[in-house]
Design a protein around this ligand. Structure first.
Ligand code: ZN
Length: 94
């Protein structure tokens, strides 16, 4: 990832620990996706005779794979949200 925007010079990591917000976004989206995916499947399986243990084993990779897939998007989302809340000051450019 570039340190600064090649066009306007805006520094992406605006302060120490800046990406903590992106990590929070990533974890929240991952948890929501897991709930959205697994709860209906678990309910469907609970009403059938298929053991829930297989669902649990099959879903083990989700908490690892989903954050990796969503990492870049979480950073973009966090930067968009942050720039809405704290617009860029002139001294942050170049
Ligand atoms: Zn720019």
């Amino acid at each position: 990832m570039y340190d600064r925007c090649p066009v306007c010079g805006w520094r992406f990591e605006r302060e120490e620990g800046y990406w903590t917000g992106a990590i929070a976004v990533n974890m929240t989206v991952t948890a929501l996706l897991i709930v959205i995916i697994l709860v209906p499947v678990a309910i469907a399986l609970a009403t059938s005779q298929i053991p829930v243990l297989e669902l649990m084993i099959a879903s083990l990779p989700l908490p690892i794979v989903l954050p990796l897939l969503f990492f870049r998007h979480a950073k973009s989302f966090w930067m968009s949200f942050d720039i809405m809340m704290h617009p860029v000051e002139p001294d942050e450019l170049r």
